[in-house]
Design a protein around this ligand. Structure first.
Ligand SMILES: Nc1nc2c(ncn2[C@@H]2O[C@H](COP(=O)(O)OP(=O)(O)OP(=O)(O)O)[C@@H](O)[C@H]2O)c(=O)[nH]1
Ligand SMILES: [Mg+2]
Length: 315
């Protein structure tokens, strides 16, 4: 019997029992899976939940003819970042302006009905941005909550010319309902105030920034006119809290176009494993240029890497 399941788990189980269709059932099971603590005692239960999700997914796909594959978007590049917000905030305009994707942008609300990924280039890395349908109950599909929980960061977009603080409250409520956590100490999130080109947007931006001081960073842009987009890319990179490390072969030069992306605080061993899954075990030693005591010094597996380090792995 798995111990210590939190009360939210039983709530989710209740919604599973009252679910009317496969989509709702899948949503409840995904929820249960997300809530469940990960330890040996829950291994079996988690495996069972996954297999139930898989079966229901097949069933749902057969029935409706829709493909669930189109809703699970594989992470590509250094990180997966999801853009959310109320109808007409300019989410699709942003994804269209700073990535290679071109989701439909339109004056009317509820334009976007699916998730569309695009790649954003920032210096020598690629970051995946996903455009989503508006974050209001009627357009939140079962696949959205797990996507938001899995994301490396959320970009919460508000229209600066249309009571942005009220929009933030509505969005926060939806996130709480979906049990997606944000805030300086929790998930990684950045508030984007869009439409800075419109009247009153600047005052609203200042008020919004003050309101979230110490809680969440706030950027101001005009996705349509292109204002603030370069600064925004930097802010997205910073909120991800990742570092870039480079490899070299003995006697060779590092390739600065091809960084290894790691979470801040990662070790040499983590870097080796991300080059190849076998390297964690095979690694004998490494030399380092950057955060070592001297250039080219040998370091241990548990050495904490710093942004910009160059490593030479010896297997
Ligand atoms: N003035 C101004 N208008 C913008 C800006 N960005 C987007 N818009 C306009 O706002 C409207 C909505 O833009 P979309 O990108 O479709 O908004 P969305 O958030 O994707 O909307 P949904 O898909 O319905 O949720 C369009 O008419 C855009 O041209 C901006 O920076 N300034
Ligand atoms: Mg849209």
């Amino acid at each position: 019997m798995p111990a210590n399941l939190p009360p939210q788990y039983f709530e989710a189980e209740k919604s599973f029992r009252s679910a009317k269709n496969p989509a709702e059932k899948i949503a409840a099971l995904e929820e249960m899976l997300a809530i469940m603590p990960k330890h040996k005692g829950t291994d079996h239960l988690r495996a069972e939940l996954r297999s139930r999700i898989a079966k229901l997914t097949q069933l749902a796909a057969k029935k409706s003819g829709t493909q669930r594959a189109s809703m699970i978007i594989e992470k590509e590049g250094a990180a997966q970042v999801v853009v959310i917000g109320l109808p007409n905030a300019g989410k699709s305009q942003l994804v269209s302006s700073i990535t290679n994707a071109s989701p439909t942008v339109a004056e009317y609300p509820f334009t976007t009905r699916n998730a569309t990924p695009g790649m954003m280039e920032y210096e020598n890395i690629q970051i995946q941005l996903i455009d989503t349908p508006p974050l209001v109950p009627q357009s939140i599909d079962f696949w959205l909550p797990p996507m938001l929980r899995r994301a490396d960061a959320l970009l919460i977009m508000v229209d600066l010319a249309d009571a942005p603080q009220d929009q933030m409250e509505a969005i926060t409520t939806q996130l709480e309902n979906m049990r997606v956590e944000i805030g300086a100490d929790k998930g990684k999130a950045l508030i984007i105030g869009n439409k800075i080109d419109l009247d009153n947007a600047s005052q609203n931006y200042i008020a919004l920034k003050n309101r979230y001081k110490g809680k969440l960073p706030v950027a101001a842009i005009s996705a349509k006119e292109g204002t603030g987009l370069e600064e925004l890319k930097l802010e997205i990179y910073q909120v991800l809290d990742i570092i870039r490390v480079y490899t070299k072969v003995p006697g060779g030069k590092p390739d600065f176009n091809d960084p290894i992306i790691l979470n801040r605080g990662s070790t040499l061993e983590d870097a080796a494993a991300s080059v190849h899954k076998d390297f964690r075990a095979k690694l004998r030693y490494a030399r380092i240029w950057g955060s070592g005591k001297h250039d080219g010094v040998m370091v241990k597996r548990d050495h904490i890497l710093q942004n910009g380090d160059v490593i030479e792995l010896h297997l």
